[in-house]
Design a protein around this ligand. Structure first.
Ligand code: COA
Length: 155
């Protein structure tokens, strides 16, 4: 388990694109843009340099097998001091699943949050992703909000 840096871009891009491709099967998510990979490299490179977030990588036998990103939310100017962070981009390669990789990534993420004064950790998980729902339940993340949507007939 380690924190990724800018030199890990080539490891990060395929895992995050694999997750985005998985998610295209989820209601409410869109198909990937034809130029997504090139754009992803620009965006992810910036994220890997940001002090407000960390990308965690799980490795086994020298290969990256899992990823999890932690992003600290900016403090709200309208609320009393309270810091929260988001977990995002959780992905474990299919051959390494159910071996505790996500559990280990989350443990590292929570330690990062504590070290950065974060009081609460949030994440989004799509309805219909049963494995993710089971995993987040097992790791102590209860459901706190609903995201409702209405699809309009525009193209
Ligand atoms: C969801 C995902 C990240 C879980 O990663 P993982 O490394 O397999 O998870 P872990 O092995 O750490 O599992 C931790 C616990 O979650 C639960 N869990 C994980 N996957 C599960 C599954 N498919 N079915 C039932 N429970 C599951 C179990 O309780 C497990 O503990 P146990 O194995 O000791 O019983 C992985 O399945 C994945 O990458 N899926 C595709 C991408 C995705 O959906 N990401 C989440 C977006 S919100």
């Amino acid at each position: 388990m380690r924190e990724a840096g800018p030199l890990d871009l080539d490891e990060v891009v395929p895992l995050r694109l694999a997750l985005l491709r998985d998610e295209t099967a989820t209601p409410g998510r869109r198909l990937l843009h034809p130029d997504a990979e090139r754009r992803a490299r620009v965006i992810f490179a910036k994220q890997l340099r940001s002090p407000r977030e960390v990308t965690l990588l799980a490795e086994s036998d020298g290969a990256v097998i899992g990823i999890l990103r932690v992003v600290a939310a900016p403090p709200s100017p309208l609320h009393a001091e309270f810091r929260h962070a988001y977990l995002t981009s959780a992905y474990v390669v299919p051959t390494a699943r159910r071996r505790g990789v996500l559990r280990a990534l989350v443990a590292h993420a929570l330690a990062w949050c504590e070290a950065h004064g974060v009081a609460e950790v949030r994440l989004h998980s799509a309805v219909g992703n049963a494995a993710a729902a089971r995993a987040w339940d097992a790791l102590g993340f209860g459901v706190a909000e609903e995201l409702r949507r209405r699809v309009l007939g525009l193209r």
